[in-house]
Design a protein around this ligand. Structure first.
Ligand code: PLP
Length: 377
């Protein structure tokens, strides 16, 4: 066998050109460095409820040989009770990433099938900055993306501004709005989101990954408007990243379309068990939300006193502009002090660091490291 590199240079390519040119999503690092304070991927610092761990352990037995329920039926029923709708309003995925990918496949045509100009020219549309997975999902599908800048304070431009700037395509096949926004942490009023949804006839997804840390949620819009889907996840607020469970709530017609393209057993069995047990112990999580929000407000005050520009947050993270050094230098220097935060090279946010809200002790360690760095400056 010749070495791989020779094969790939001399043979006709085995991989589609779309895939060869694809820039994949870059997940946050998951380093296993002892003692590292990990504030880079918005994981919850608190473990799942003891009841969730017990239910999960109790499910580890010979049943592993059986397929799980293909539609996560029991989980959808419990979610429907919680959201005051019926299970046909809900589809569960292997994380909300999977339901987002299904939405792109179900609602957006590949670029070759749509006009380059005029209404409907933009197929997958989102604000910039927002969740950096959206353009990757569009690219994978061969669909055209339309990133539209948020205002400099990360608010959504008013309808008047959106119409005047003509960049937002009100007839885009699929518009995805991260609310509260990531990576800025900014929350949006449901009234503003509803005004925007009402001007769309095509599908609007409201990605509420961080909504449990916010003042408002827009779930009612998914039950009221036939073109609106709300995405939720058990990952961030419910300490279940490892299990990969997320879902959409929306009109049964949209949900039925998504079920048609779903992998047969897309949600693993232990994930279904863990998510179901989570819904049985919501007070445990609500107490954690209160602690995380209190830690967020305290950290925000302390970093402001150190000269950081801290943006208002309705999430479990802060976007901050650090003083003295460039943000990328802060990333490295904090890492040397065993605190890992996130930095994005994208032009709109390259002067900022995104810091996950950890425990009060982790937040204190971050502040201590920052003070040390500023003293050394
Ligand atoms: C983390 C995140 C998700 C994905 O969550 P999973 O359910 O773990 O796939 C979706 N949207 C946003 C904005 C996120 O930050």
């Amino acid at each position: 066998m010749p070495p791989r590199s020779i094969v790939s240079r001399c043979s006709p390519p085995l991989v589609r050109s779309l895939v060869r040119d694809l820039k994949p999503y870059t997940p946050g690092e998951q380093p296993k460095i002892p003692g590292l304070i990990k504030l880079n991927t918005n994981e919850n610092p608190y473990p799942p409820s003891p009841k969730v761990l017990a239910a999960t352990k109790a499910a580890v037995d010979g049943r592993f040989r059986l397929y799980p329920n293909p539609t996560a039926q029991a989980l959808r029923e419990a979610l429907a009770r919680m959201h005051r709708c019926t299970p046909d309003h809900i589809i569960v995925g292997n994380g909300s990433d999977e339901v987002l990918a299904m939405a792109v496949r179900a609602f957006a045509d590949p670029a070759i099938a749509v006009p380059r100009k005029g209404p409907g020219r933009c197929v997958v549309q989102f604000f910039d900055p927002s969740y950096s997975l959206y353009p990757v999902l569009a690219d994978i599908h061969g669909a055209r993306s339309n990133p539209v800048p948020l205002n400099p304070d990360f608010s959504i431009p008013s309808l008047k501004e959106l119409k005047r700037a003509k960049q937002w395509d009100f007839s885009a096949a699929l518009s995805i709005i991260t609310t509260p926004n990531a990576p800025s942490g900014r929350g949006y009023a449901t009234s503003q989101l509803e005004e925007l949804c009402l001007l769309h006839q095509k599908v609007v997804v409201l990605d509420e990954a961080y909504v449990d840390f916010a003042e408002q949620n827009a779930l009612a819009l998914a039950l009221k408007h036939p073109n609106v889907l709300v995405a939720r996840t058990f990952s961030k607020a419910y300490s279940l990243c490892f299990q990969r469970v997320g879902y959409f709530v929306g009109h049964p017609d949209l949900i039925a379309a998504l079920h048609k393209i779903r992998d047969s057993y897309n949600v693993n069995g232990i994930g279904q068990v863990a998510a179901l047990a989570t819904l049985d112990d919501l007070p445990y999580y609500q107490a954690n939300f209160r602690t995380i929000k209190a830690t967020r407000e305290k950290l925000s005050r302390e970093l402001t006193l150190l000269g950081f520009r801290v943006l208002p947050s309705q999430t479990n993270f802060l976007l901050v502009r650090p003083p003295q050094y460039p943000a990328e230098t802060w990333l490295q220097k904090l890492r040397e002090r065993k605190v890992l935060v996130r930095w994005f090279s994208a032009p709109l946010i390259q002067d900022y660091l995104r810091i996950t809200i950890g425990t009060p002790e982790e937040a204190a360690a971050l502040v201590k490291a920052a003070k040390g760095l500023l003293k050394a400056a």
